[in-house]
Design a binder for this molecule. Structure first.
Ligand SMILES: [Zn+2]
Ligand SMILES: [Zn+2]
Ligand SMILES: [Zn+2]
Ligand SMILES: [Zn+2]
Length: 264
């Protein structure tokens, strides 16, 4: 069966109908982060990188227009070489459950390589695997990393980014809006907002969990997360110490162990 998944929403609607075969390889793993309903996930919340406010994903655009810290960053942007240009507010979202997302601003002159570097740094990098961008679903038309943001992110276009063709991490990226002006940073990417780290509860005691057991995941296909105390007493040790939970969709895949912090 082949289903063309153009968006996270499509994915959810297929998933809701119980059509499991459409999941990319990496998604066939144990359910990550519990069994929250789709409705709850759609109310996903994130943190504004400028002022620290918690905002619903659906309200990010509105917040950015009103956020005093964001507006100050725009006003203080140093005139660089040349004039103002088009800046792209992009949203990158994991294709598996959509609970991990990043809102990024990039100039039209930035390249996909810059975006790839950023995604690797904040979310994905474990052992230097290959990655690529394509248009459409899983391994659609490949787009060279040298392409400029302004060349590829036309209205309505969604790109798929794949990191690692073995244990794959798949990210969907689309344009939320554009503005004319100057970048707020000399770096090629500015972090605008990201999801609040999904809550995890210890399998033993329901207290907040901060550790993931790789043996539970690999051998039993269970998302075994534990509090400090129960991570200590958990009997599994064939895959080493539990991995610290971090805010990344790569968690639990290959040798990934974070830190899932913004590189800048
Ligand atoms: Zn803000
Ligand atoms: Zn790896
Ligand atoms: Zn516990
Ligand atoms: Zn375990």
């Amino acid at each position: 069966m082949y289903i063309d998944l153009r968006s996270v929403e499509d994915y959810h609607s297929f998933a809701d109908k119980g059509i499991a075969n459409c999941q990319p390889k990496a998604a066939a793993k144990a359910t990550r982060g519990g069994d929250k309903s789709v409705a709850e996930r759609k109310q996903a919340r994130g943190t504004c990188a400028y002022c620290g406010a918690i905002v619903a994903i659906s309200g990010v655009t509105k917040h950015m227009a009103a956020c005093p810290e964001r507006q100050a960053a725009i006003e203080n942007a140093h005139p660089g070489k040349g004039g103002p240009e088009t800046l792209y507010h992009l949203r990158a979202r994991d294709a598996t459950q959509g609970q991990y997302w990043l809102d990024l601003e990039m100039p039209g002159s930035g390249t996909l390589r810059h975006l790839d570097d950023y995604l690797r740094a904040i979310w994905l990098e474990c052992c230097g695997h290959l990655s690529e961008f394509s248009i459409g679903a899983w391994r659609g038309d490949r787009i060279p990393m040298s392409k400029k943001i302004g060349q590829v992110f036309l209205p309505g276009v969604q790109l798929t980014h794949i990191y690692d063709f073995g244990t794959s991490s798949e990210t969907l990226i689309k344009v939320i809006e554009t503005r004319e002006g100057r970048a707020t940073t000399k770096r090629p990417v500015a972090l605008m907002a990201r999801n609040v780290m999904p809550e995890a509860r210890c399998r033993e005691c329901e207290r907040p969990a901060s550790w993931l057991c790789m043996e539970c995941l690999i051998e039993e296909d269970e998302w075994g997360v534990f509090c400090d105390e129960h991570a200590e007493t958990h009997p599994h040790e064939d895959y080493g110490e539990p991995v610290r939970l971090v805010n990344s969709p790569r968690l639990g895949m290959c040798g990934y162990d974070g830190p899932a912090e913004p590189p800048y």
